[in-house]
Design a protein around this ligand. Structure first.
Ligand code: HGY
Ligand code: MN
Ligand code: MN
Length: 416
């Protein structure tokens, strides 16, 4: 067996089996997953994860936002743990690997350390962050945000889903609200393994993305009000068509993003039309505009133009419009020390790697505000994610988790 720090590798077959086992919980309709946060499927996935962690000899922690922590003791009880982790909740039409690879890859690191009988000075911990996706309860990365002091716990627990259910009520209903005060835990460092969710690594033939930065995100909820009326008998000049107003603003969103090519992006993924009846002109539409860029000034310009030019479009059409910022975070620069540990790990293992900016938001983006943090990315097929057809290879999953193992060992200190 190689000495600690040399050519140590995780067990890729065991990792893959665990990924496939977790994927059976909250199945989608097209081969992916629908394991949305605080649903019974989420609770089932949490229970399986906890069972596996306990079988691996970890002590379990659970805080008041439902964030789960599995701790593998180190030799120095006073040393702060080195964390790994991500999220087990998925999009409604999500893939099997978004978030899940980071949680189960971390578990595989612990299992492999157990197999190899390796001790570390710092304890090693796995985190499962509640509601990373922000689909059912906006915003995204909600509970890691509370942990990092970005949101208050009360505000977070007041978030409502489309059926008016409260986050706090749902967390208690599924039985995963802990007693530990959120944010109390201190970390020596955190590493998040995640699929890229974009096409760059695969196109460049790289196994590993060394994530130096994360682009910033802005979510603006737009409510346009017109007048419900008959689609047949209402003359065109008399219509107050909120749906048409939305169409013009969605075109504006696209133009704004293109005006900041090549790095800015913009779209609306959430759209509600009222009353959503085939023969009623929509009197109200509510949609969320998602702008992103690595450059904060660009994000601010896109937000400003949406409000200014969107207001004029609606004024000219005799429509009411309201804009509400409902989520977002500034571009992130990850900890250089942790990023270097990731790069050294990829080098020592002989994996082709490149620096990359994360296009998606991650819990690491908030945890980076309270502890030295970095991310490791692996490719995904055609860069596809937030789609049930999301796919990765076992080799990519194994490479990413090997790098996670080595970055964590360097940071936690191997005790021979
Ligand atoms: O929205 C995001 O970037 C993340 O996937 N929740
Ligand atoms: Mn994710
Ligand atoms: Mn996601």
């Amino acid at each position: 067996m190689p000495a600690p720090g040399e050519n140590l590798r995780i067990n890729g077959d065991r990792l893959w089996d665990s990924l496939m086992e977790m994927a059976k919980i909250g199945p989608g309709v097209a081969g992916g997953n629908n394991r949305q946060t605080l649903t019974d499927a989420d609770a089932e996935g949490r229970a399986l994860f906890q069972k596996w962690c306990q079988e691996a000899g970890c002590d379990m922690g659970l805080d008041s936002m439902g964030n789960m922590f599995a701790i593998r003791p180190g030799t120095d009880p006073d040393a702060l743990p080195v964390y790994m982790g991500s999220h087990l909740d998925t999009q409604p039409t999500g893939g099997k690997y978004d978030g899940v690879l980071g949680v189960l890859g971390a578990l595989e690191v612990v299992r492999s350390l157990n197999d190899m009988g390796i001790k570390t000075r710092h304890p090693i911990a796995i985190a499962n962050w509640t509601n990373e996706e922000g689909t059912r309860f906006a915003p995204a990365m909600l509970s890691s945000g509370v942990f990092a002091g970005i949101h208050t716990e009360d505000w977070a627990k007041s978030r409502q889903d489309a059926d008016g259910k409260l986050f706090g009520d749902e967390l208690r209903r599924i039985g995963w609200q802990g007693d530990e005060p959120v944010g109390q835990r201190k970390m020596h460092a955190m590493f998040e393994l995640h699929i890229e969710q974009g096409p760059i690594l695969e196109a460049e033939g790289k196994d590993i993305g060394v994530v130096t930065h994360g682009q910033g995100l802005s979510w603006t909820q737009v409510t346009i009000t017109g007048k419900d009326s008959h689609t047949g008998s209402t003359p065109m000049p008399l219509r107050k068509n909120a749906g048409l107003g939305m169409a013009k603003l969605l075109e504006l969103v696209d133009q704004i993003a293109w005006s900041h090519a090549p790095h800015a992006v913009g779209a609306a993924g959430h759209i509600d039309v009222y009353p959503n009846s085939r023969n009623v002109i929509p009197g109200k539409v509510v949609f969320t505009v998602d702008f992103r860029s690595p450059d904060l000034a660009v994000i601010q310009d896109m937000e400003k133009r949406l409000r200014q030019e969107g207001q004029k479009i609606c004024d000219d059409m005799g429509l009411g419009v309201e804009f509400e910022k409902v989520g977002g975070f500034d571009p992130v620069a990850f900890d250089e020390g942790c990023v270097s540990a990731v790069r050294r790990a990829a080098d020592s293992l002989g994996y082709a790697h490149m620096n990359i900016i994360s296009g998606a938001g991650h819990d690491a983006c908030w945890i980076n505000q309270v502890a030295p943090t970095a991310m490791i990315m692996c490719p995904c097929v055609d860069g596809l994610s937030h789609n049930e057809a999301e796919e990765i290879s076992k080799d990519w999953a194994t490479a990413g988790t090997d790098v996670l193992l080595h970055a964590v060992l360097e940071t936690a200190g191997v005790v021979a």
